[in-house]
Design a protein around this ligand. Structure first.
Ligand SMILES: CC(C)(COP(=O)(O)OP(=O)(O)OC[C@H]1O[C@@H](n2cnc3c(N)ncnc32)[C@H](O)[C@@H]1OP(=O)(O)O)[C@@H](O)C(=O)NCCC(=O)NCCS
Length: 178
């Protein structure tokens, strides 16, 4: 059973080991590389939540170990829009953690933050993320050309959204762009 909890200073080493994987670091805007930077990253999660700008959580199972991260950022208060993102530690992938996290963060966002429409986007060559989005009820809405910029490359992006009024089921599990 997966659940979300706030990041804690005791997660700093775990955070560093997650970002030590080049595949994750490559597509992350901030990459903590020292204990101090990891603590600052964790602190920023709390500051952003207190400001009402973004709500980030550690994904855990029964052991309490942080398996990954999921976040909803407020992109427009005027229109009640949020942006969802997630990553899972390399040693915890393929076991449903990201799907559970996306479901839980959507539940949280709709119940606690007043957001109505949650959006997310993935590189077309990231089929695992597309499947996570679809299983969590995020409907595909098309492809945005060259929207995401990682490293030296830009990527066509599958865009998804889930509305507060959408159920989870019924989203086809075919990958965007296929
Ligand atoms: C994408 C990511 C979050 C998925 O996390 P996860 O916990 O492994 O996801 P889940 O286990 O919930 O589901 C992944 C599904 O994709 C499938 N999958 C994995 N690699 C795949 C591939 N190359 N092609 C098709 N499906 C793939 C898995 O088999 C799984 O499906 P299954 O349950 O039917 O076996 C994780 O790989 C990650 O953190 N990647 C780096 C960061 C990232 O890409 N974040 C998303 C940015 S949009």
């Amino acid at each position: 059973m997966y659940r979300l909890r706030l990041w804690e200073p005791g997660d700093a080493e775990r955070l560093l080991s997650a970002f030590a994987e080049p595949g994750l670091a490559w597509q992350s805007p901030e990459v903590p590389a020292t204990g101090e930077e990891a603590l600052a990253w964790i602190g920023r999660q709390r500051t952003a939540a207190e400001a009402g700008d973004a709500f980030g959580f550690a994904v855990t199972d029964g052991t309490g170990v942080a398996l990954g991260h999921v976040q909803v950022s407020v992109t427009s208060r005027a229109h009640d829009l949020g942006w969802v993102s997630y990553w899972v530690h390399a040693d915890a992938r393929g076991r449903g953690a990201a799907t559970a996290a996306a479901l839980l963060v959507a539940e949280y966002a709709f119940a606690e933050t007043g957001l109505f429409r949650l959006e997310l986007g993935h590189r077309l060559n990231n089929p695992a993320s597309c499947l996570v989005a679809r299983r969590a009820g995020f409907r595909p809405e098309g492809i945005e050309r060259q929207k995401l910029h990682y490293g030296d490359e830009r990527f066509d992006t599958g865009t998804h959204a889930r509305l507060r009024t959408d159920g989870v089921a019924g989203v086809p599990l075919t990958a965007c762009g296929s």
